[in-house]
Design a protein around this ligand. Sequence first.
Ligand code: SF4
Length: 459
Amino acid sequence: MNAQTSVVADDAPGGHGAPAAPARRQQAWTCPFCALLCDGFGLEAGADLRLLGSDCPRAQAALAHFGAAPSPAAPSVDGAPATLDAALDAAARLLAASRQPLIGGMATDVAGARALYRLANASGAILDHAHGDTLMHSLRALQDRGLFYTTLAEIRNRADLVVCLGTDPAAHYPEFFRRCAPAADGAPQREVVFVGVPPAGNLVLEGASVEYQPLQGDVFDTAALLAALLARRRPTAPDAALAALAERMHAASYCVIVWEAASLPAHGALVAEAVLRMVNTLNRTTRAAAFCLTGSDGAYTANYAVSWLSGLPLRTGVLGRGLVHDPVRYATAPLLADGAVDALLWVASLAPPLAPPQTTLPLIVLGHPALAAALAARPGVVFIPVSTPGIGAAGHMFRADGGVVLPLEAVYADTLPGVAEVAGSLLARLGAAGKAKADSRTGDGAIGDATTVGGEGAR
Ligand code: SF4
C-alpha cells in the first residue's frame, strides 16, 4: 500500500515565511505520528514541514516540532554540552552501575526496539512503553480470552455497521474515518453509531449515516449489557435503544466494534473482554470483528518486536532467573514510585516530545531534541538527541491493525543518530561489564528479584 517516495523540487515558495531554498515536495510520505500510519499524504519541506492532502491536527502539531533541515542539537551530561562519545560513555557507566535498570518510553521503530531488547539482555533491564497502561488493556484481554480484530481494509470493504463504543475515533486518530471509508465500488451502505461519546461537530461521513446514543451507566455497564443483549440473556431489555442496537448488530452482515484503549479507565481490559464476547456471539450467525485504536508512539512496534525476540510482550524483565513478564508490577509508574529500579533509560524519538516521568534516579534520555530544555535543570541526566523515524531516518513501524508493517522514508538525511545506533553503541560499551553483570545474575539474583520489584502484594 505504501507508495514509493518521490521528492521533487517545487519552484513556488511554500506558504511558511520565505524559505531560502525552493520547497521540496515529497509526494508520498508515511506519517509516524499515530498508529494509523497514514501513507496517502505528502509533505512539503519549505521553511518548515507542511502536510499535503490532509489537515490532520495531530500530524500538524507533531510536524511543528521539526524544521525542514536536520537539528543541530548536541548531547549533554548533567546539563553541560558533551560530545556523543562522552555522552555514550556516561550513559554506559550509569547502566553498568545499575542493579535494576528500566528501559521505558520505547517510542521508536522496529530497529530501535530490537536494539533496545539486546541492550536489556546485556543490562538486565525491564522493558515498558510510555503507553504501557493502555497497551495492557488489549494485551491482558488477549492473554485471558483472545482477540478478534479486523483491519482498516476489511472495514473499508465489508463493514455495514460500525459501533464506536466509548470513543469518537477522530478525536485522537483524526484520519480514521477517511482511512476506512466505504470503498467507492461495491461497499455496502454503512451506519455508524457512536455510543457514549458523540462525534465532534456536525460529522458527515461519505457513504454512511451517523447517529449517537448515550451510555447506560458507565462504559463497563454498557459493554456488559450490550454483550448480554447480543447473547439474548436478557429477555427484557432495560434500555430500548441499546436493545435495538443489539438487534441491528445481529442483522448486520459485517459489524465492527471500535474501541479506544486510552479512553478507558483502569481495568479497561474488562471492556476489551466484553467486546470479544460480543464479536464471538455475532460470529455464530453473521460476521463481526473489533478494531482497537491504540499502539501510537511505537507502542505496537515495541511490543511486537519484543514479543517475537523474547516470546513475551512488554513489561518483561531480562532477569537473573530468565525472562519474567508481569503486566502489573513491571509498569513504569509503580516501579519508579516503589524504588524497585535504580536507573531509567527513556526513549522518545517520535514527536511531540514524550517527556520522561519525574524521577530522581539516574536518567538517560534518547529523545527528540526539544526534550533538552526540560532536562537541562535536572542533575544526573545524560541526554542524547536522536533522529525521528519518518523525518530524519528511514525505518519500519506496526500499524494499529497489528499485522501490517509499513516502511518509513526519511524527509532529510539527519545529523542525529538513530535509537538503534545509540543502543548498539551502548551495548558495545557495556561489553565486558555487561557480561560480568549478566553472569552475576544467577538464580534469583538481586537484580529484579520479584520480592524487590514491588512484592506479591502489588498485584
Ligand atoms: S491520523 Fe495519525 S497517521 Fe494519519 S496523518 Fe494524522 S497523525 Fe498522521
